[in-house]
Design a binder for this molecule. Structure first.
Ligand code: F3S
Length: 76
């Protein structure tokens, strides 16, 4: 399984992750990207469905500030 979260202090709102994987990433009330999948609320503890794997990798590659993080285990 893959887990993901956004390091919000690194996010410059370039929008790549939200454009690439809108089912996984969305802007929060302050305008920064975060993980919304399965109600994760950017905790990084929700296993992302396999169908979005390529999108996760593209979002990681596409983020200019390396704010999009992926992991094989849940973030704590
Ligand atoms: Fe922010 Fe990177 Fe997404 S800058 S909007 S986390 S692609």
């Amino acid at each position: 399984a893959k887990y993901t979260r956004v390091e919000k202090d690194r996010c410059i709102v370039c929008g790549a992750c939200v454009a690439i994987a809108p089912d996984v990433y969305e802007y929060d009330d302050e305008g920064y990207a975060g993980v919304i999948f399965g109600g994760d609320d950017n905790r990084g503890v929700t296993a992302i469905d396999e169908e979005f794997l390529d999108d996760l990798l593209d979002a990681e590659d596409g983020c200019p500030t390396l704010a999009v993080k992926l992991s094989d285990t849940p973030f704590s």
